[in-house]
Ligand binder design. Structure first.
Ligand SMILES: NC(=O)c1ccc[n+]([C@@H]2O[C@H](COP(=O)([O-])OP(=O)(O)OC[C@H]3O[C@@H](n4cnc5c(N)ncnc54)[C@H](O)[C@@H]3O)[C@@H](O)[C@H]2O)c1
Length: 340
């Protein structure tokens, strides 16, 4: 029988892309999202892409009764928990909102799983749990910490799930620490940032796109005095298709082995913001103006993954590079030459 997988935050950037990857892998993903940071027509676009009906519940994780009703309606094999607020700067300004939504949302979700006897969960964690790591590339055994409230919600999420597993040894948990997801599905039907809504994108790629199409005059590069080769922040950008494949492999591994894992999902290579600007300019064939600005609170200088464990535990290896991420993102603008 096809296994039903609940995707909280499934209408968002990574959730929607993972929906497609799970569908292609033979799972039956079901979306739960409150559309706080997603377009309402995402389920329709997913239906167009996959050629199947899309079960989507417009539901807030903070609404326990509505959450319970979703679990009543379906027999889930596992949950992939994407739903969260994710803007670091906003979290510094509004920590309470992040604690409520991200930590409170996970608490409610774990309660629903416990009540309905769902024992597997994949959790969207982040390299931010390494804080300002000294060791590069960063192995999963590096000391953990948080430099901002958003990061703290990820760290708390991991710790709460690990404690649930102590209490319920038959739970299996996949904690995936993403580095920097970038790029979009080659169809151009899925976006990195919602087309509607009030939240300006904080991630580098959507901002590059805005500058390239002229809706933003220039890119602000936050921090030019980091201890990196060109002074700008160095990150491990991972193509969304690789990242989503990592989720399918994580889920497969939980089901196959009944063992939990905590792994980095990255490429193992770091690129600076200026490297990214150059690559994006090449992809879109136009200049990308930028200005240097002060560091943002909560940001770190360098962060890239040790990918050994992901290879050993999941058989995961990133296949796509910076060029593909930039070309696919540029296609999202609708201005790319369709022959390229
Ligand atoms: N994109 C990144 O760079 C990145 C990096 C590391 C980790 N992550 C984590 O990955 C996950 C997915 O990120 P994304 O980039 O797809 O973000 P996103 O904002 O595109 O998707 C998150 C989705 O969760 C939904 N949501 C938020 N709060 C909710 C609630 N209370 N109830 C129901 N739905 C809710 C939003 O509407 C949105 O559709 C998040 O947990 C994020 O913290 C993202």
């Amino acid at each position: 029988m096809t296994q039903k997988i609940l995707l909280t935050g499934g209408a968002g950037y990574i959730g929607a892309h993972t929906f497609v990857a799970l569908h292609e892998a033979g799972y039956y993903p079901v979306i739960l999202d409150n559309f706080a940071n997603a377009d309402q027509d995402t389920p329709a676009r997913l239906a167009q892409l996959t050629g199947r009906k899309v079960d989507c519940h417009d539901c807030d994780l903070m609404d326990k009764a509505a959450l319970d009703a979703v679990f009543e309606e379906h027999d889930f094999e596992a949950v992939i928990h994407f739903a969260a607020l994710k803007a670091v700067g906003e979290s510094v300004a509004k920590p309470q909102m992040y604690f409520d939504n991200n930590t409170g949302g996970l608490i409610n979700l774990m309660g629903a799983m416990e009540k309905h006897d769902v024992k597997r969960i994949v959790f969207s964690s982040s390299a931010t749990v390494y804080g300002d790591a000294e060791q590069q590339p960063i192995p999963e055994t590096a000391p953990l910490g948080a430099t901002n409230p958003y990061g703290l919600t990820k760290l708390m999420g991991e710790m709460m799930l690990n404690q649930m597993q102590v209490a319920h040894p038959d739970w299996t948990i996949g904690i995936l620490r993403y580095f920097n997801p970038a790029g979009v599905h080659t169809s151009g039907l899925l976006y990195q940032s919602p087309k509607s809504g009030n939240n300006p994108p904080e991630n580098l790629m959507p901002r590059l796109l805005e500058v390239a199409v002229g809706t933003r005059p220039h890119l602000m590069v936050f921090g030019s005095d980091y201890d990196t080769p060109d002074g700008t922040g160095v990150r491990d950008y991972i193509h969304i298709s690789d990242l989503c494949r990592g989720h399918v492999l994580s889920l497969d591994a939980l089901i196959r082995t009944n063992e939990s894992h905590t792994v980095n999902l990255g490429t193992g290579t770091g690129y600076s913001v200026l490297d990214m600007i150059r690559e994006f300019a090449k992809a879109c064939g136009r200049e990308v103006p930028f200005e240097m600005a002060d560091r943002r609170p909560g940001d770190v200088g360098t962060c890239y993954a040790d990918v050994t464990l992901a290879r050993e535990v999941l058989g995961f290896e990133a296949e796509l590079g910076l060029a593909e991420m930039c070309i696919d993102s540029w296609r999202e603008s609708g201005q790319a030459d369709p022959t390229t």
